[in-house]
Design a protein around this ligand. Structure first.
Ligand code: PAF
Length: 293
């Protein structure tokens, strides 16, 4: 049965008993307002581990002053119902004062990774993400933690933190879940009107265009992103924050696209900032690789 835990002392105690009984722990950190994207991570955590733990915590450290911290969607009861159905063991739902008592002053600085892509328009965001994820890892002590590819830069930052600090947790990144028209699922989609939801499809259309061009042999990143810009600029309510094709580990923009580079974008639809990405592949490289496997 799903157990809701709100205090740090209680989560530590519970995790201690799991560890004493040598039970493996799969962990999914979230900010709540759960959708099928989160649930796909939860199902994998459930499948691969003895115990499944989910955190629901809207982390103030990762929001800028003019961002949506206070209005971020909150649906705790509904979230718990969904997690119960997935047979999750624990939902950890601390208050901000529990996580960040007076005097909290530690941050995790991710040099070279936090100032690129989303980090440019959301300064401090990835420090906030890294700090909370590190704290949660220390509390939950998971064997594996599950993240969605949609938050691509977040996955790179977290993998890098885990490697740099020798954390003993296996990071698993699962594919983006989309609605039937291609819109990547996100808790922030709740802010979109029906018209905006339709407009938001331009992100996916632009990514598909990029993949089609790569399949046809295009390698020039500028040419690909120019076509993507055109698709997005055709949509009146859309304002591009960035479109960039980057190396999947360094996040450096590339000029000549290689198999496995990531095409990432952030676009405002009205007042809502959406992100999405696609791992670009070249059909020839896939055929060549599969002939050796
Ligand atoms: O992806 C999210 O929902 C958040 O950034 C995370 C990883 C739960 C940290 O607050």
């Amino acid at each position: 049965m799903l157990q809701v835990i709100t205090s740090i002392e209680d989560i530590k105690q519970r995790i201690k008993t799991f560890k004493e009984n040598q039970l493996s722990i799969g962990f999914v950190p979230t900010m709540g307002a759960l959708h099928e994207g989160h649930l796909s991570l939860v199902r994998q955590a459930r499948k691969e581990n003895d115990k499944a733990v989910v955190s629901i915590f809207v982390n103030p450290l990762q929001f800028g002053i003019n961002e949506d911290f206070t209005r971020y969607p909150k649906m705790f009861d509904n979230d718990c119902e969904l997690l119960s159905k997935e047979d999750v063991d624990i939902v950890f739902n601390p208050k901000a004062a529990e996580m960040y008592p007076n005097g909290f002053c530690t941050s995790v600085i991710m040099e070279h990774l936090e100032d690129k892509l989303c980090g440019k328009s959301r300064p401090g965001h990835f420090r906030g993400v890294a700090a909370v994820v590190l704290k949660l890892f220390n509390l939950v002590k998971p064997d594996a933690a599950y993240f969605g590819q949609k938050d691509f830069q977040q996955t790179v930052v977290i993998k890098s933190m885990v490697a740099d600090l020798n954390l003993d947790v296996n990071i698993k990144v699962l594919p983006t879940i989309r609605d039937k028209e291609g819109l990547a699922l996100s808790s922030r989609n709740a802010y979109l009107s029906e018209t905006e939801k339709n407009d938001a499809l331009c992100l996916y259309k632009a990514l598909i265009k990029a993949q089609t061009m790569a399949n046809a042999g295009a390698k020039n990143a500028r040419e690909i992103t120019a076509e993507m810009e055109e698709i997005i600029n055709n949509c009146k309510s859309a304002k591009i924050d960035y479109i960039s094709i980057v190396n999947p580990e360094t996040l450096e923009a590339v000029s000549e696209v290689q198999h496995g580079d990531v095409d990432a974008l952030a676009v405002r639809i009205g007042k809502t900032r959406l992100i999405d990405n696609i791992i670009l592949f070249f059909l020839l490289a896939v055929m060549w690789l599969s002939s050796y496997s």
